[in-house]
Design a protein around this ligand. Structure first.
Ligand code: 13P
Ligand code: SF4
Length: 340
């Protein structure tokens, strides 16, 4: 079945799948469903994906849920509708499976803010410290990490470490500052941030709260401290979604990437969700990396089984330990899939 038209050449090896254009007549949803079935593929999507991608996914979740799903699936192909570090994590957890990412350029400013060669030098300054890294980091950084964490389990992970042990926390300084406050631990912080969560405007949020006095402000812990101080609830994407379902409130100002609003609106159709405004006029509360994935690219990557995530064996062997440790602690604490 010919479903895509090569614009310049049919040589995929040479030009890459992005030079293919999809026949506009094609029913992409039906084709993706067909490919899922034919190839025994599973689509895992993060809440920040476009709503049309969320609607076709087999599982939608936060970083912890997505890692747990990637570890337990019996599909042959994992199609990761998310960003590069998430697909790398899936590959590390299921190295025998083919892991596809619709757009290899879907990166992460937070992961990029902590280059492994610089972090290695930083780590050498604190030889007795353990390293806890937010999962939003490269596979190579995970090889320099003792335990990973996500926003769902970060407090549990820090509290699982003996109190006399020093801890380096990388790469997110905002989540790190929040954890310092929550756990009372004197974390040594790497100075990284997420470009989406550092852009919210305190002033504009204050004005919105005057306009919607009943609205609760809910925020992701990647936000800056001055936003978190004002928040009525702080949580991971799943935590925020669950909070809006359970809360008797009817209006919420949501300080995280706007993609999460799709599931909030589906779960609570009668409630109002207002995206927290950025401190300029651009659509900066949309993650440009997450939004690189489109339905067309999802279809093409499933049809041609590329781009594929390939990791060197040593990276998988050394890096997966920090993810396994995180999953063990999360399971003991009853966090993640089972609880959602
Ligand atoms: P969670 O979905 O785990 O809260 O992470 C948010 C995020 O920024 C992912 O890139
Ligand atoms: Fe990275 Fe921030 Fe985008 Fe999440 S929202 S993928 S942390 S840049």
């Amino acid at each position: 079945m010919t479903t895509a038209i090569a614009t310049a050449t049919d040589n995929l090896e040479k030009v890459g799948y992005l030079d293919l254009q999809v026949d506009p007549e094609l029913d992409l949803v039906a084709e993706i469903e067909r490919l899922k079935e034919e190839k025994n593929a599973i689509i895992l999507a993060h809440y920040y994906q476009e709503s049309e991608i969320q609607d076709i996914a087999d599982y939608i979740g936060d970083s912890l849920g997505l890692s747990q799903k990637a570890a337990e699936t019996d599909a042959d192909i994992i199609v990761f509708a998310g960003v590069h570090f998430m697909a790398e994590t899936a590959k590390m957890l299921s190295p025998e499976k083919k892991v596809l990412l619709p757009d290899l350029k879907a990166g992460c400013s937070l992961a990029d803010s902590c280059p492994p060669h610089l972090f290695r030098k930083f780590k050498e300054k604190y030889p007795d410290a353990m390293v806890v890294s937010y999962i939003n980091c490269t596979a190579e950084l995970k090889t320099l990490t003792d335990i990973c964490c996500t926003s769902t389990n970060s407090v549990h992970i820090i509290e699982s470490i003996p109190e006399d042990k020093r801890i380096i926390f990388a790469p997110d300084r905002n989540l790190g500052a929040y954890l310092r406050k929550k756990t009372g631990r004197d974390l040594i912080l790497w100075n990284g941030t997420c470009m989406v969560h550092e852009i919210f405007s305190h002033e504009k949020i204050t004005k919105l709260r005057l306009r919607y006095p009943e609205a609760l402000l809910i925020a992701h812990p990647e936000c800056e401290a001055h936003i978190l101080e004002e928040a009525d609830f702080i949580g991971s994407t799943t935590g925020l979604l669950n909070y809006t379902k359970q809360s008797p409130a009817n209006e919420f100002i949501v300080a995280t990437e706007v993609g999460i609003l799709h599931q909030m609106e589906l779960a609570s159709p009668g409630k109002k969700f207002i995206p927290a405004p950025p401190n300029n006029t651009c659509a900066c509360n949309e993650c440009p990396h997450m939004k690189r994935n489109t339905l067309e690219k999802l279809y093409l990557c499933m049809e041609y089984e590329q781009p594929e995530i390939i990791l060197e064996d040593w990276i998988i062997e050394q890096g997966v330990k920090s993810i396994d440790r995180m999953l063990e602690i999360s399971e003991k604490a009853g966090l993640g899939l089972k609880k959602d």
